[in-house]
Design a protein around this ligand. Structure first.
Ligand code: PEP
Length: 249
């Protein structure tokens, strides 16, 4: 049995003063919920307030990005050891918005993944095709390439904590959701790629999340798919009631 992960990606939303009110409303709604792992990934600046508000709760705090070096002359960047030092446990790597707007390549994703694993963070590696790729019948090729390059030169032993999120780019923030079957098909392919890189046993325990317009109304059907091991939630995670409804699907 793979324990599901329900993770929130707040993207560039909420100021630090909005964090505590969110947790005040959210925590009682998910108190004693231990069926799934819950993680919230706020913007960097909100992380200390989230760690404070979520202290001693069942909610872990993640970051949305990190640099691939451990320290150095990289103005404006945040590295994994800084995250770890303040109590962050999860980190999103290779989100499509990073790939699309900040030029993040498969090779950069691989470098970041290696460092996150080395530090003991739980990386949530995002893969997914854009609409043109799906329409051109290239979804499988794209997912294979993204996985192969992300997993390059990493051992199964090192990758143990890794989580993958399948996020079809055409479904992110658009209100369009992949059907549970479409998501399950992609997850089967990703699991097969993980088996090639890390072995069957590893692939069997790998948690693969679905992300792309997950809402309280569609969470149950998506989570019912045995291939879907949780959700990465953007827009619907900004409201405590709606994110709690997804957690409790
Ligand atoms: C995301 O940002 O990872 C995401 C899935 O966003 P949304 O739920 O808003 O589509």
């Amino acid at each position: 049995m793979r324990k599901k992960v329900i993770a929130a990606n707040w993207k560039m939303c909420k100021t630090p003063d909005q964090v505590q009110p969110f947790f005040r409303e959210f925590l009682p709604l998910v108190a004693s919920h231990d069926r799934d792992e819950i993680a919230i990934c706020p913007p960097f600046l909100d992380i200390p307030a989230a760690l404070e508000a979520g202290k001693d709760s069942n909610v872990a705090i993640g970051a949305q990005n990190m640099h691939w070096e451990k320290e150095g002359a990289y103005t404006g960047e945040i590295c994994g050891s800084m995250l770890l030092a303040i109590g962050v446990t999860h980190v999103i790597i290779g989100h499509s918005e990073r790939r699309q707007y900040f030029g993040e390549t498969d090779d950069v994703v691989n470098l970041k993944l290696k460092v996150a694993l080395e530090l003991g963070l739980i990386p949530i590696v995002c893969v997914g095709e854009v609409l043109e790729e799906r329409e051109a019948g290239l979804t499988e090729d794209v997912l294979r390439r993204q996985c192969l390059r992300a997993f390059h030169a990493i051992s199964g032993k090192k990758a143990r904590k890794m989580v993958v999120a399948y996020e079809p780019v055409w479904a992110i923030g658009t209100g369009k959701t992949a059907t549970p079957q479409m998501a399950a098909d992609a997850h089967v392919l990703i699991r097969a790629e993980a088996a090639k890189s890390f072995g069957e046993e590893f692939a069997e325990q790998l948690r693969i999340l679905y992300g792309g317009s997950v809402k309280p109304e569609n969470a149950k059907a998506l989570m019912a798919e045995s291939e879907i091991d949780g959700a990465l939630v953007g827009g619907a995670s900004l409201d405590p009631k709606s994110f709690a409804a997804i957690v409790r699907y």
